[in-house]
Design a protein. Structure first.
Length: 127
C-alpha cells in the first residue's frame, strides 16, 4: 500500500513538474508575442505618421499646381517679377531725395591672438 502511495505521489510530482514547465513555456511565448506586438504597433504608428505627412504634402502640391496654372498666378508674376503693367496702369518710379549720400565707414576686424596648444589645455583644466 505504501509503495502504491509512494508511486502515486511520484507520479503527481512528475505531472506537476510537467505542467509547470509547459506553463512556463507558454508564458515565455506569450511574453515574446506581446513584445513583438508592441514593436509592430510602434512601427505601424510611425508609418501612419509618414503616410499622413506625405498625403498632406501631396495635397498642398496639388493646390499649388492648381494655383500656378491660374490666371491670377500669371498676373501676379507679371506684375511683381516680370515688371510688366497692364494698359491703363500708371508706372511710378521713385526718385531719391537730393542730398549727399552717406558713405559707410568700414569697421576693421580686431586681430585675434594666437595661442599655443598647451595654453588651450591649461585653460581647459585650470581656469
Amino acid at each position: 500500500m505504501q509503495k502504491l502511495l509512494g508511486n502515486l505521489l511520484k507520479n503527481r510530482q512528475i505531472v506537476a513538474i510537467i505542467v509547470i514547465v509547459i506553463a512556463g513555456v507558454l508564458l515565455m511565448d506569450l511574453n515574446f508575442r506581446i513584445s513583438e506586438y508592441f514593436t509592430v504597433s510602434g512601427q505601424k504608428n510611425k508609418v501612419e505618421t509618414q503616410v499622413y505627412g506625405l498625403w498632406s504634402t501631396s495635397e498642398s502640391l496639388k493646390t499649388e499646381l492648381a494655383y500656378s496654372n491660374s490666371d491670377a498666378a500669371a498676373q501676379k508674376w507679371a506684375r511683381e517679377e516680370g515688371k510688366m503693367a497692364q494698359p491703363g496702369d500708371v508706372r511710378v518710379i521713385p526718385i531719391p531725395e537730393a542730398g549727399p549720400t552717406p558713405t559707410p565707414i568700414p569697421i576693421l576686424p580686431t586681430p585675434q591672438k594666437s595661442y599655443h596648444y598647451w595654453e588651450y589645455w591649461w585653460a581647459l583644466f585650470f581656469e
